[in-house]
Design a protein around this ligand. Sequence first.
Ligand SMILES: Cc1cc2nc3c(=O)[nH]c(=O)nc-3n(C[C@H](O)[C@H](O)[C@H](O)COP(=O)(O)OP(=O)(O)OC[C@H]3O[C@@H](n4cnc5c(N)ncnc54)[C@H](O)[C@@H]3O)c2cc1C
Length: 444
Amino acid sequence: MRQPVRIVIVGGGYVGMYTALRLQRRLRPGEARVTVVTADSFMTYQPFLPEAAAGNVEARHVVVPLRRVLSRCTVLNGWAVAVDPEARTVELRPHAGPGRILEYDLLVFAPGSISRLLPIPGLAECGVGFKTIEEAIRLRDHVLAQLDLAVSTTDPEIRARALNFVFVGGGYAGVEALAELEDMARGACRYYPGLDPGDLHWYLVEATGRILPEVGPEMGLWTLEQLRQRGIDVRLHTRLESAVDGRIVLDDGTAFDSDTLVWTAGVKPHPLVERSGLPLDAMGRVRATAELTVEGSATVFAAGDCAAVPDLTQPGKTCAPNAQHAVRQARTLADNVVARIRGGELTPYRHAYAGSVASLGLNKGVAQVYGRKVRGRAAWFMHRTYHLSRVPTTNRKVRVLVDWTLALFFRREITSLGALTQPRRAYERAVRAEAATRAGDLSR
Ligand SMILES: Cc1cc2nc3c(=O)[nH]c(=O)nc-3n(C[C@H](O)[C@H](O)[C@H](O)COP(=O)(O)OP(=O)(O)OC[C@H]3O[C@@H](n4cnc5c(N)ncnc54)[C@H](O)[C@@H]3O)c2cc1C
């Protein structure tokens, strides 16, 4: 292979960033040029999104600036809109201006996944996902703004609507997001005279008969009981039927109004996967080999949520879409890229799922790791220690630790800064006021 080898990585998430980190460490000078194509300039440590939503961790500490950590790679921001495995090119559309074609010798394909939506009336208009830092922070601000509204209005219907919070999907994203936000809102109630935690109605709607399958059936059941004891209305075997104009209708006949609908009912591969020309499995994921190459290709590698990677510890199955696999796959993938460049043997990816830890609010958690079942404060502590050890870079570890330490001494922030998304609001108001004054002058 001619050198320097041109390596293009599509996606700067778990797989993309960890692969690039290892490549820049292992590659010799002049051996290869690594270009990372990704939508944002940062990698999001998704397991911390619920804690960011609850205000336990600063939003900026949950993301890793790619240009800082990948100093020996080129990071290009925008969307990869097309992949041509024959021509060995990726088409990049930056966020403004003309597109550009990137040629590669080896491609690492890791665009991850997006929320899997269903054709439910009103869902597209009223729902919000929980996969990005913007969604997590927006949700936090929104929940606090709903409390502000509830105590400020005299209209009982507006108040009731503001205090109904609906989450659909009982996997770790939905359960952790709901549990952390409920815990945050419960704590915030002390600053809202006239608002009791019991006035807030939290719903978790789950189509199957269990929640949090990641921690196993026994711990899932324990979590269910815990949430119900906290007054959270968990509806199993229930589906969202409609959400038109915020009117939530469940298939068990329940109907009520809500301004908060969080959709965490599963993920599907990023739409680029379908257009990539790469072989796909029945779930639309790229068919990968155990060596993390794409089936039938010697030049394309794939891993993470977008890929169907054989699980060698459970013959016939593929690896679940989670960070545990993504991080480890990235390591094997990077080593295999180096092996391919140097003409060495590729190593198969093998990792037995170790279990999961989940946070359910301050001092509350649940875990099942290597068969050990842990609950309550011990599991919460385990969740924090585990993720602190996993969050990339010492810089982020220290910042997260400082956030947590400060939270021990000071109460949580309860300000809703939702207006941050409309920074021109005050200026536009001034423009309107100025225009009105001028119009008054002219008519005088
Ligand atoms: C709230 C939440 C909590 C979670 N908690 C856990 C947990 O506790 N434990 C666990 O194991 N897993 C957890 N996960 C799952 C885990 O985060 C994912 O499995 C993991 O992020 C997958 O890594 P990935 O690299 O495949 O995708 P991602 O990390 O999503 O990265 C994909 C990247 O590609 C970029 N991208 C996509 N398309 C394009 C394109 N066309 N052009 C350019 N860039 C593109 C995206 O912007 C993104 O940066 C959680 C997920 C969520 C949402």
